[in-house]
Ligand binder design. Structure first.
Ligand SMILES: [Zn+2]
Length: 97
């Protein structure tokens, strides 16, 4: 399916401490999806854009449309990334943010 014929959601992305990846919370498989950011030299926003989900959940609502990522922050430690994942896992999945 052409993602631009549909209306993909926009997800907040956080860049990992090594700069290699941007992660977004997936409310379907309830874990973080990881996509490329490009390294520590790349500014916030370098990983923005449309991505396909590669979701682990076969019923994922993201599989057909993918989603847009907007990078909104950096993790300053691996612990901060894990804490973010724990927080998201405790939230109800009522929105895409
Ligand atoms: Zn997923």
């Amino acid at each position: 399916m052409d993602p631009f014929m549909t209306n993909p959601p926009t997800l907040k992305g956080y860049v990992t401490v090594d700069g290699d990846s941007v992660v977004v919370w997936c409310k379907y498989c309830r874990r973080l999806h990881s996509h490329g950011h490009g390294g520590l030299r790349e500014p916030l926003g370098a990983g923005d854009g449309h991505r396909y989900a590669h979701c682990h959940d076969r019923n994922s609502g993201y599989d057909e449309t993918g989603y847009y990522i907007i990078e909104v922050g950096w993790f300053t430690s691996e612990e901060q990334r894990r804490e973010y994942e724990r927080e998201q896992a405790q939230r109800p999945d009522d929105d895409d943010n």
